[in-house]
Each structure stands twice: as C-alpha cells, then as structure tokens.
Design a protein. Structure first.
Length: 388
C-alpha cells in the first residue's frame, strides 16, 4: 500500500541563504498499532522536526512504500523545498519507535528563473564493467536506471520535457577522456536532430558485491551488499558545455541468492533494500539536474525561418503563450566551424520577437517592430526577453 504523508510547518525564523542537511528526530508510542503506520508517523514527525530547526515554511508530500520512505515529492508552497530525506537510525525500545532523519532543505527563489519547461534528451547510461552484472544476471540494469531517471525527471517539479533515446551519448571507453571536440560534434548532431537544449548522459561506474561483517554477541553477522555508483553529466547542447557533473554513490543489502536471475521488471526488486537505494540515488541525481536546469536561461534553436517569421520547438506544453517576448541570438561562427569551437553568440540589437502563434510543441514568432529586418538562420537561438 502506498501512503502519502503531508506536512505543513509554520516558520518562526527567517530562511537560510542556501540548502543544508538538517537532522530531525521523533518518537512515537506503538501501543498495539500497526508498526508500518507508526513508522510513517514517526518519519513525518522527524521531518517536521528538522524543518522546524531549519526555520522553513514547507508543504511536502513524501512517498512511502510499505512503510519505507522511497522518495521525496516535495511541492514548493512558500519558503522552502524538501529535496532529500535520509533515514539514518531507527530504534524500538519499550514499545517506543524513535526515528532519526537527515533532511536537505533548499530555500525557494535561490536563483532567477524563467517560466518555461526545460527540454532534455536522456541518453543511455552504460555499465563501465558489464561483468559485474553477472551476479543476478542484471545486464539490463543500465537501461532500467536510464528509464527511471527519465521518468523521475519528467515527474519532478518543475517537470522537464524529456525524450528518452535508445543510444549512448559517449562510448564507455571515453569515460576517462571526455574531450571538448567530441562533445561539440555530438552536441551539434543532437541539436539538429532533437531541437532540445540539454543532453543528460553518464555511466554506471560500479555495481560490485561485497561482504559486510557486523560483530555480534555470539556470532558475527555477515551480509552481502552491493554498490551503486553513478556518474552524471548534464550538457547544454547549444553552448556545447557540460554544466553539471556529479558522482552519486549508495549501497544496500543484496538479498537475492548468489546465482539467482533477478527480474528487474518485478516490483520485488525495486522494493528490496538495494532497489530502494538505487531509486533514492537516482532521485538525488534528478534533483541536482532539475535544479541546475532551472537556474539556467531557456535557449532554443531556430528550426525554420521565413522573411517575416521564425519557428522554434517550444509550445504550450512548455509554458509558451501567445504574446510572449523573446530575443534573438546569432552565431558568430558558421555552423560547421562552430562544431569545432565553443560557439559564440551575439544578441541582434533592438530586435524583440513576439509569439504570434503557438501549438503544443512549436511556436511562430515575428518581430515586434515590422520595420526591423529579421536576420535569422536555422540554429540561431532565442531566449526569453528580460522583463522591463
């Protein structure tokens, strides 16, 4: 059963300038109630305790599966947003359940942002060491991770317009030597084929197994655990620049038999300890990707040009409305030459473009000044005009 926990906490203090991890704790008496229900309540109260210490005014909806917190789906309402929740300790003593959590709270309005949905191509994440997938026969693990990253990125608030493609951006052999010339050439191809600003790519560095020994009073307890290390890159394909690169790591108990073939399409895997670790690690990466895109300006390539109008692949799905205003940026280098250098863009002076017609995924724009020449070419860029 899926439980949805809503928290509303009134702030008594001013918010912090930047997000930080805050610890919270709560204790709840079991008193014959279902332990899963008590656990949900204790987690909720611990998160509220952390938010109170941070001085945030938050409304959050945390998704709990079978009494286990699997991801935070916090919705911004006022001053803060819960980004991540980690359960760091649980104890049951004398019918009292005590839960300790760490909560990452990001203040609202940390960066200026335009209102348009970001567009991103999600490419396949590859296993750097495919032989590590033999334990469990999880050779499709990379595809599963990629699919869930794309899904979470599309579901996250603010949502991104994601396109999942069945190819990798870089071969696994390029992991230790990613050069700009390679990125520039591939980014140019992506822009021409998909007309999207960002490309999400990366590698699964480690899914190895290891044994962990816990000392007990009588016998040592040996558990089999599995690593999950993810390397994530976010590329601004228009600027041909990597705007985010982070490594994420988690580890969880591997509860399956050593020679068992694990069905990655079965919810039993994703509800296992290792499966939840994978989902939470992906969620951390998605939060950082989303925050990075939100804090960068929307820029889209011009798809086609006529003497009086130009078209872009941005529409009502992305928040565009008739009458919205944009600026035109032209390339200082010919297209083929720009593929081998960092592109240089300059704003066409005194030219403001207005959305004349908009559909779900495209818009036509014209110059606000009918006497201003529309000097534009395919793959020039548009960006929202600043508010006066």
């Amino acid at each position: 059963m899926m439980h949805r926990v809503c928290i509303l906490l009134l702030s008594l203090f001013c918010c912090y300038a930047s997000g930080q991890w805050v610890e919270g704790q709560a204790s709840v008496a079991v008193e014959g109630a279902e332990l899963d229900e008590i656990r949900v309540m204790a987690i909720k109260n611990a998160i509220a305790d952390a938010a109170y210490k941070n001085g945030s005014f938050i409304t959050a909806e945390d998704i709990v599966l079978d009494g286990l917190l699997v991801s935070s789906k916090a919705q911004i309402r006022t001053q803060g947003r819960i980004q991540r929740v980690e359960i760091i300790d649980e104890t049951l003593t004398d019918e009292i359940l005590t839960v300790t959590v760490k909560v990452d709270i990001l203040p609202l309005f940390e960066c200026a942002s335009d209102p348009y949905m970001r567009s991103v191509v999600v490419t396949q994440f590859q296993l750097l060491k495919p032989a590590q997938a033999r334990q469990g026969n999880i050779f499709e693990f990379g595809r599963q991770v990629t699919s869930r990253m794309a899904q979470q990125l599309g579901d996250h608030q603010p949502a991104a317009d994601t396109l999942l493609i069945n190819q990798a951006f870089m071969p696994a052999s390029a992991f230790h030597n990613i050069e700009h010339d390679q990125i520039a050439a591939k980014a140019s191809v992506m822009v021409k084929e998909y007309h999207r600003q960002y490309v999400l790519f990366g590698f699964i560095r480690d899914i190895s197994l290891f044994e962990q020994v816990k000392e007990g009073l009588l016998d040592d307890d040996i558990s089999l655990r599995r690593n999950f290390t993810l390397e994530v890159y976010l590329l601004d394909a228009l600027q041909q620049d990597i705007v985010m690169q982070n490594s994420y790591h988690g580890e969880g108990d591997w509860t399956f038999d050593y020679n068992e073939t694990v069905d990655l399409n079965n919810s039993l895997f994703w509800r296992s300890d290792f499966g939840r670790v994978v989902l939470n690690t992906i969620n951390s990466a998605v939060l950082d990707v989303s925050n990075t895109m939100t804090c960068l300006p929307t820029m889209l390539p011009v798809v086609s040009v006529s003497p009086t109008q130009l078209s872009v692949a941005l529409g009502t799905k992305h928040g565009v409305r008739q009458g919205d205003l944009f600026e035109l940026y032209r390339s200082a280098l010919p297209l083929m030459e720009a593929q081998l250098h960092y592109p240089q863009w300059y704003k066409q002076p005194a030219l403001i473009l207005e959305v004349e017609h908009v559909s779900n995924r495209s818009a036509r724009l014209r110059s606000v000044d009918p006497n201003a020449p529309l000097l534009a070419a395919p793959y020039d860029l548009i960006s929202p005009a600043p508010l006066l």
